[in-house]
Design a protein around this ligand. Sequence first.
Ligand code: HEC
Length: 160
Amino acid sequence: MTRLKLTPLKLTGAAVALLLSTSGLWAQEDPFADAVETRHGLMLQMASDLGKIGAMVKGEVAYDSAAAAKAAANVAAVASVISLEQFPAGSEVGKSADSFAKAELWATPDDFLGKLADLNTAAATLVAGAGTDLDTAKAGLGMVGKACAACHETYRQPEG
Ligand code: HEC
């Protein structure tokens, strides 16, 4: 009788322990966790710098030539760092925690790299004009924004 009563309790405890250790292990052993975190950091840095120029374009803050030029230089620098190195095969959405990269990326890597090259071209235009005046900064921002969106439309799974 005692044994029969204890068994369900033991099973519950074991099940909980198993669940905890399994989720813990998955987080630790996700081989792509570093790459996903790195590419998110790079993307977020570009978004942060673009946001600074965007705030000037929207009139939320006054146009500041030096600040716009610095933000543009940052976007170009970060864009130049991005490569397939931060996108190892297998790190797609559903296979690696926190990844929203679509599997299509690894089916057409040349197209992905082409979109990355387009971003670098647009970023160079932004660098050339961001410090000139607000209108030129706005035009460059638009080009870069389009390059970001073109890649996201194809290779980034929308969140939620
Ligand atoms: C060549 C393709 C490509 C270009 C160009 C690109 N991105 Fe991304 N971006 C991605 C992919 C793929 C993801 C999803 C990565 C993931 O979740 O692992 C992503 C994710 C993001 C995220 C979400 C990061 C997070 O923490 O989840 C932000 C923000 C972002 N990009 C901003 C930008 C901005 C701003 C630009 C332009 C300056 C840009 N991206 C250009 C491919 C691109």
